[in-house]
Design a protein around this ligand. Sequence first.
Ligand SMILES: [Zn+2]
Ligand SMILES: [Zn+2]
Length: 380
Amino acid sequence: MRWCPSSLLHLLCCLRLRVCSRRGRVRPALRLRELWAYVRLVLLSLQYNSLTNSDVVFDSIFEPVFWTVDRITRWFGMVFVCMVVILTSSILLICYTILIPMVLFTYSPGWVAWHLCYGHWNLVMIVFHYYKAIRTAPGYPPAVKNDIPFVSVCKKCIIPKPARTHHCGICNRCILKMDHHCPWLNNCVGHFNQRYFFCFCLAMAMGCMYCSISGRNLFLDAYNSLERFKDGQRVGVPVTGMGLLIGILPSGQTDYQTPSPPYTFRDRMVHKSIIYMWVLTSTVAVALGGLTFWHAVLISRGETSIERHTNLKETKRLAKRGKVYRNPFNYGKFNNWKVFLGVQKRSHWLTRVLLPSGHVPPGDGLTWEIFPFKRDLVPV
Ligand SMILES: [Zn+2]
Ligand SMILES: [Zn+2]
């Protein structure tokens, strides 16, 4: 008896349709017997299926949950994209209205040049790669008859699946070299847009780290000021709270005895904006930094996120037989990066990596050569 992971859901749908279609014509007792027959069939198919294992049972039980999550992610796709745009725009607004004027008036020309050049390069990299990651199709296998070698047939699309192709339940189609479906892009990450996705994550993590590190003292000052004046505009209030705990003030200096300048509404808004910016960028820097690092490890190994799981399984399976599994798409750490970034000559490190570039990745995503890049094939 053949089993597919969605069969439980499918059978339940059939059951509902069958019962509904005969409503009014079939007696309740007969309908109950049919119901029981279907439920029994489902249970037997799970129990006496030669392909059943813990994964199949897990998939079957959680199929309705996956189905619901897939649909919710699809419906809220644009909401996540809008969140990225709004949050990034809010940080930019704070940078351009508060931080850059502060930098221009207080820093030396060398530091001003550094902040302006690095900040704007980082911004261009974020915007370019995010736009391209959203707008570039990840790549789909052809739905018409062809001679492309395939490794299996998709049970949902009923088309041949080339190597590294997987079905995305949210996009509801097969994706070439699928890595994962990214709700923040409202798009799948696959063969043709994986570089844009990774470069966006890297640029965004770098930008957040840059804001977090360079804005640390501003954050501490802002927090300190808000703590001091949180009970209204008063003078001579002891400095308490986190500012004191982490040793902002020298020991013994806990009271302001001299009148401080008036704390205006604008000051409060500026300080709150700086605190918001620092907390948001620090949080994203840690979370996205971790994600980017993990993807960098996968790229070094020549694996996608999905292949990481399948390769681990295969490694364990072969280890039990005393064999060693070798990933056929791992061309060596350095070559994996060159293939991923599309670097074919030295100048590409500048034009294709450090600057925004719209070049397509090598290969068509349908056929894969095993170890095509020898160590000395690309003189980089
Ligand atoms: Zn499919
Ligand atoms: Zn998808």
